[in-house]
Design a protein around this ligand. Structure first.
Ligand code: PEP
Ligand code: MN
Length: 263
């Protein structure tokens, strides 16, 4: 179902009115975690003004340590939805547990399956049974075939609304958080009709590398760009060190717009 051979035409996924694929670029931005309400409004206002069309934030966080901040749960889902609505952006948020898919789908316009859960087949089946669009992130040690087979799980449950995401894979070199596999973009587009976006925030873990990798992703043909933005990265509840400041995000989107004109 995911293969280009069976479906030559590129799919366009509609996320509550925002289209991803077929030349429409999904600009997903927001903090890693849903945080205080006033901060969420501030960030949303600034990313929307910079051209973001989808707002993100995690209410259920898959953390390496069980003692690290785990997210605000349903309170966070409500806040994300309300802030997104106030600033005219549909919202994307991660669901980490098959038992939570119904609840998260009540608030979210798009369900994110994170890298750590890419092969959580019970979760894939559950988001596949939902009709909410799904953002499926590549596992950190997953091959392109693995990624496409996981999309197949979702599609085979009857949900055709899948967007893939390249977010970097493990490498031997700790110089970047992950290794940004930009070739995944044209390769996936050769093999599949599904849109694929890039996430240079998690791929590099370094704010100073994000703009170049976002531009590379767009030049490679990505259908969207996913960036973490925080107005005070030092106090962020998660992934502060890789966050762009709102003004850096605005500068990047203006560069991306210039690049898009050249392409
Ligand atoms: C995230 O989007 O905040 C996240 C946890 O991403 P990933 O699953 O790609 O690590
Ligand atoms: Mn994050």
């Amino acid at each position: 179902l995911a293969s280009r051979e069976a479906h030559p035409e590129s799919s366009v996924i509609d996320v509550s009115g925002v289209k991803i694929g077929g030349g429409s670029i999904g600009m997903i931005a927001g903090p890693c975690s849903v945080e205080e309400e006033d901060r969420m409004h501030r960030i949303a206002e600034q990313v929307a003004a910079a051209g973001a069309n989808l707002f993100r934030g995690g209410a259920y966080k898959p953390r390496t340590s069980p003692y690290a901040f785990q997210g605000l749960g349903e309170e966070g889902l409500k806040r994300l939805r309300d802030v997104g609505q106030a600033h005219g952006m549909p919202v994307v948020t991660e669901v980490t547990d098959p038992r939570l898919v119904g609840l998260v789908a009540e608030y979210a316009d798009m369900l994110q399956v994170g890298a750590r859960n890419m092969q959580n087949f019970a979760l894939l089946n559950e988001v596949g049974a939902s009709q909410r669009p799904v953002l499926l992130k590549r596992g950190m040690s997953a091959t392109i075939t693995d990624l496409l087979m996981c999309a197949e799980y979702i599609l085979s449950q009857g949900n055709p609304n899948v967007v893939l995401c390249e977010r970097g894979i493990k490498s031997f070199d700790p110089a970047t958080r992950n290794l940004f596999d930009v070739a995944a973009v044209p390769l996936v587009q050769q093999l599949s009709h599904l849109p694929i976006i890039v996430d240079p925030s998690h791929a590099t873990g370094k704010p100073e590398l994000i703009p170049a990798c976002a531009m590379a992703g767009l030049a490679a043909g990505a259908d969207g760009i996913h960036i973490e933005v925080h107005d005070c990265p030092e106090v962020a509840k998660s992934d502060g060190p890789q966050a762009l400041l709102p003004e850096q995000y605005a500068e990047l989107t203006s560069q991306l717009k210039s690049l898009a004109k050249l392409l």
